[in-house]
Ligand binder design. Structure first.
Ligand SMILES: [Zn+2]
Length: 508
């Protein structure tokens, strides 16, 4: 049996989850469900990043101990994943004991190899971001923090560094030999060109306790804690059993997909592969950076106060509509505009008019003409369906594997529209008047079979909808497997119509 290890980044718990977090996890969940649909053994990991001075400060502001605070915020993330129907296999928190122990073991191991050194360092430091910036970066940014645009402090202190430079030329050749390692290709080109045009400096992986106390204790020197990013990235191996259960680790690692937003690509595409190489661990298969949702041209970020609360959106439009909108509207690697108008358009036209209406009127006819019992006496694919259906069959797996969900959905909805047109052109009401019962039975069987196949294909994107359709068709949900997507694999139908799947949203 094939395996798939799929990860999301660990979300930083200094604030509540927003739509950007929801987007990453929906992408990862859709891919994980696709792999399960194909019978793959999936390990889907998400979690929270809980260390750092920012968290200690926010906790203090709300009158809480850091641990109490991170317990609460981390629970908010779990709650959101449950409401979004994101079915992860493990939720890791960087404050888990086993994870902290692995972080310390890794540092000792790298130190023994000579990849960690101590040095007096003078650098540009952003206190709120806990980030050091190099002189080149600061010159480019005009003297402010590259992340939050705040003023920087010049700090001089001794710290521990990870020798990135030792592996730079190795990483360049690795990227050249593996052009599929970073996706989409625009991001691959960016990383490669950055590496070819800049010399990597040592990565500062310690923070003195006098400045920052909420973190994993630095194993070589108890005056320091570990830099949050170095700590957080290691979750991908600690959660998979590294240095704890070698057999399990071998069965899960390497990760097949690391998903993340493009602003943290460099951590994943430069630091992380070098950390793994230094530890003599195989590299992940694909690092996939998705784009940003813009709200009237603004990137969603906490610091600019532009959050759309996903919990409110679920209440307003429903989980599957939100999942559909996010995955259908833009390709995973691109940026998109998030607007109420765009959401309403998608729901009313694709979901209510096309899919919802197809299911409702087909089942309505099945009940009206045959009390819901449709026999499978003639299971040939109608001529009208052939081309569009074989196009989906031929491309579905390949496109889903590349996370090209929007293209897949476009093809599936083309088929849905062909079925709607088939109803208009066949005019079953006229056939009924003419007493053509056999013809109507064949016609309805074709539509039900088409809808059944659609429900399998859309399950990764809209699990509730697919399961509801299956329920109405009288099919058990265990039949939601890709090998059941062939035509004519279902016998007689006994259907039971429910209320329309997607109520139209009032535009006014
Ligand atoms: Zn900053």
């Amino acid at each position: 049996m094939s395996k798939s290890y799929i990860t999301t980044p660990l979300y930083y718990v200094n604030a509540r989850p927003h739509i950007g977090h929801a987007y990453t996890n929906i992408i990862a969940d859709c891919l994980a469900r696709f792999k399960r649909l194909c019978g793959s053994e999936v390990f889907f990991l998400t979690g929270t990043d809980e260390h750092g001075e920012k968290i200690r400060k926010v906790a203090k502001l709300s009158g809480k101990e850091p641990q109490e605070f991170v317990d609460e915020v981390s629970a908010n993330f779990k709650d959101l994943w449950q409401k979004l129907n994101v079915e992860y296999d493990f939720f890791i928190r960087t404050t888990f004991d086993f994870h902290e122990r692995i972080v310390q073991e890794v540092i000792k191991k790298l130190h023994t190899k000579g990849d960690i050194y101590k040095e007096k360092y003078k650098g540009f430091y952003c206190v709120p971001c806990e980030a050091f910036w190099t002189a080149i970066q600061v010159k480019e940014s005009g003297g402010v923090c590259l992340d939050c645009k705040r003023e920087l402090e010049v700090i001089e202190e001794e710290n521990y560094f990870f020798r990135l430079s030792k592996y730079q030329s190795w990483l360049i050749s690795y990227l050249k030999e593996n052009p599929e390692f970073i996706k989409p290709s625009t991001r691959y080109n960016e990383v490669l060109s950055f590496l070819e045009n800049n010399s990597l400096e040592g990565l500062c992986i310690s923070r003195p306790k006098k400045r920052l106390s909420w973190g994993v204790e630095f194993p070589l020197d108890n005056n320091y804690v570990v830099y949050v990013w170095f700590d957080a990235l290691l979750n991908y191996i600690s959660a998979a059993g590294y240095n704890q259960d070698e057999e399990r680790f071998k069965s899960i690692w390497p990760a097949d997909y690391h998903f993340m937003a493009k602003d943290i690509l460099r951590h994943h595409a430069i630091f992380w592969p070098i950390m793994l190489k230094a530890l003599e661990i195989d590299l992940p298969v694909t690092i996939f950076a998705h784009g940003w949702w813009n709200f009237e041209g603004e990137k969603i970020s906490k610091s600019r106060g532009n959050i759309v609360n996903p919990l409110e959106l679920i209440k307003d439009i429903g989980v599957d509509s939100l999942r559909y909108f996010l995955l259908r509207e833009i390709p995973v690697g691109g940026d998109g505009s998030f607007s109420w108008k765009a959401i309403v358009n998608r729901i009313n036209s694709d979901l209510a008019n096309d899919l919802g209406n197809l299911v409702f009127r087909t089942l309505n006819m099945a009940e009206k003409y045959f009390s819901g019992r449709i026999s499978s006496s003639s299971p040939a694919v109608p001529r009208e369906f052939r081309e569009v259906l074989s196009e989906i069959e031929g491309s579905y797996k390949g496109l889903m594997d590349k996370a090209e969900f929007n293209t897949v959905l476009e093809k599936i909805f083309k088929f849905i529209n062909v079925m709607n047109k088939y109803i208009e052109e066949t005019k079953p009401w006229a056939l009924w008047k003419a007493g053509e019962k056999e013809k109507i039975n064949i016609f309805l069987y074709s539509l039900l079979e088409g809808i059944r196949i659609v429900s399998i294909y859309i399950w990764p994107v809209m699990p509730f909808t697919a399961e509801s359709i299956n329920g109405q068709l009288g099919i058990k949900s265990r039949e939601l497997r890709i090998e059941n997507a062939g035509w004519g694999l279902h016998g007689d139908f006994k259907v039971k119509k429910e209320k329309p799947l997607f109520p139209r949203i009032d535009v006014s």
